[in-house]
Design a protein around this ligand. Structure first.
Ligand code: UTP
Length: 294
């Protein structure tokens, strides 16, 4: 599908208020979103994608103990002065670029009542307009391209659009799964959504991944969604409600998706990005080859 005109969406929401229990103890005093993937923290990948899609405001949902994110995207005059004095101009440019990537505001989720609840926390800042939702653990190989395709579908149908990928049969119980009718190449109209179905009970193998273009009616849908699995307010349950009132589309994206939200997933992501890195890639490849031979 060719990218035609791309809808202008002004706001992006990145949920980053979760406990990150799968990384404990490191996440006891440091946000999961600040774990490095090479020399960038995990959340930077989402902020850069949002900026590349031309949003004016990035709303990061945070919670207690997540201040490191605010400092990271802020200016640091002392650091800039030091780099300037030492003539490290490339690093200086990179540090300056970081603090001017996007206008960012932070909204606290005071109780971690689930992803749906975290999104609802952004309601007053987002207002009555569509927005992009990022789950920062999901690192898309072609993130900007995927989102631009989703924005084109949103523009064509004026509907919410979710990103999906086919997963193995035995993996369906880890994801929200859709039942859907194919309407174009890689595009589906969603008929139903199920959060983490049992293997054998899933309506398809199309699993929802961490990029969404959402209409503002999602907020009312979340408000009327009772807590689901683990007592948390799930975004999938809210989408199911929204889908009963208006069409929702799904875009089956191409390219790799790295799940950096688990220890093994984070390690795999680090290795995959490292192998592609122009500076360290070939040395890392040799090192891994040696390790596997031993
Ligand atoms: P996860 O299910 O990965 O939860 O949340 P988590 O807390 O980050 O990690 P674990 O499961 O304890 O290891 C998916 C996304 O939703 C956000 C998380 O920050 C993550 O981006 N989230 C989740 C919130 O912002 N608030 C919540 O109450 C729950």
């Amino acid at each position: 599908m060719a990218v035609r005109t791309v809808a202008r969406i002004r706001k992006a929401v990145i949920t980053a208020a979760g406990w990150g229990t799968r990384f404990l103890p490191v996440t006891k005093s440091q946000p999961k979103e600040m774990l490095p993937l090479l020399n960038k923290p995990l959340i930077q990948y989402s902020v850069e994608e949002a900026a590349a899609c031309g949003v004016d405001l990035v709303v990061i949902i945070t919670s207690l103990g997540k201040r490191a994110m605010e400092d990271y995207f802020d200016r640091s005059f002392e650091l800039e002065q030091m780099l300037e004095r030492q003539g490290k101009t490339e690093l200086l440019d990179e540090i300056r670029r970081l603090s001017s990537l996007a206008d960012i505001c932070y909204v606290r989720q005071k109780e971690q009542l689930g992803l749906g609840h975290a999104v609802l926390t952004a309601k007053n800042v987002v207002g009555d307009e569509p927005f992009i939702l990022f789950l920062p653990d999901d690192i898309f190989e072609h993130g900007e391209l995927v989102l631009k395709q989703m924005l084109a579908i949103h523009e064509r149908h004026r509907s919410s659009v979710i990103s999906v990928r086919e997963v193995a049969e035995e993996e369906v119980s880890r994801y929200g799964i859709i039942k859907a009718k194919k309407v174009a190449e890689r595009v589906y109209e969603v008929q139903d959504l199920v959060e983490k179905p049992k293997v054998g009970e899933a309506p398809s193998r199309l699993a929802i991944m961490g990029r969404y273009v959402l209409r503002p009616e999602i907020f009312a849908a979340i408000e009327s969604t009772p807590p689901g699995r683990n007592g948390e307010i799930q975004i999938t349950d809210a989408l199911k409600r929204l889908g009963q009132k208006q069409p929702i589309y799904a875009y089956e994206f191409d390219g790799e998706l790295y799940d950096a939200g688990t220890l093994l997933g984070w390690l795999k992501t680090t290795v995959a990005l490292g192998l592609k890195d122009p500076v360290i890639g070939s040395e890392l490849r040799d090192y891994l080859g040696d390790q596997l031979r031993d």
